[in-house]
Design a protein around this ligand. Structure first.
Ligand code: MN
Length: 215
């Protein structure tokens, strides 16, 4: 097939224990999926979760350049689902939904989209994909996030308002979920500010780790 220019290459994530690579399609995120985090953001924790997206250029497996136009870059540690064929769960991993909180807050006030708050190069650091057999493996995962060795976030996926299987059903009713899609499933409480030079260590306890620096 001919193109007027070279097509942009797919982002490919390593798969744990395999030589195959996971070709990323869309990146979806869930807002407000843990009641305690909803409360710390000053919103009613009985309101249902909702969805937004991040561009492909958000995804990174390396260090993150401090983004422009913000003085309040914040971390949100999240379980990430990796969608397989026919809306199956291929696997999961750990990711951080980096957020320009000041821009997000202003957008909320102005009734504008969250785009600038959530979308910048490297705003979705992620680890390699761990393949799984079923949803049952995702029920009681423990999430952790440390900044410069200090524990900032600690939460259990058992506290999700919508657990993974329900999330998938809710999303599938609204968007054409495809193999290669990633779903950031929301963050537990404890989000906070990070700065240039900080080392972020995120993990799913006893499963997988992710480490990057803000440069
Ligand atoms: Mn988030």
């Amino acid at each position: 097939m001919d193109f007027p220019f070279q097509p942009v290459e797919k982002f490919l994530l390593p798969i744990h224990g395999s030589d195959e690579l996971f070709p990323v399609n869309q990146v979806y995120c869930v807002g407000r999926n843990y009641a305690a985090h909803a409360r710390e953001m000053g919103v009613d924790d009985r309101k249902p979760p909702f969805f937004f997206t991040k561009p492909i250029y958000s995804i990174t497996t390396g260090d993150v350049k401090y983004p422009p136009n913000t003085e309040d870059l914040q971390h949100e540690v999240e379980l990430v689902l990796a969608v397989g064929e026919d809306m199956s769960i291929f696997g999961f991993t750990i990711g951080v939904d980096l957020t320009r909180r000041d821009l997000q807050g202003q957008a909320k006030k102005d009734g504008k989209p969250w785009f600038r708050g959530k979308s910048f190069v490297g705003s979705a650091p992620i680890s390699r994909i761990l393949p799984i057999k079923g949803f049952e493996e995702l029920s009681d995962l423990e999430l952790r996030l440390k900044v410069n060795g200090e524990l900032r976030q600690s939460g259990s996926c058992a506290d999700m308002i919508w657990p993974p299987q329900e999330l998938l059903c809710e999303m599938a009713a609204d968007v054409p979920l495809k193999q290669g899609d990633l779903i950031f499933t929301g963050t537990p409480e404890g989000v906070g500010k990070i700065n240039t030079g900080d080392i972020i260590e995120a993990s799913i306890v006893n499963k997988i780790e992710l480490s990057f620096k803000i440069i």
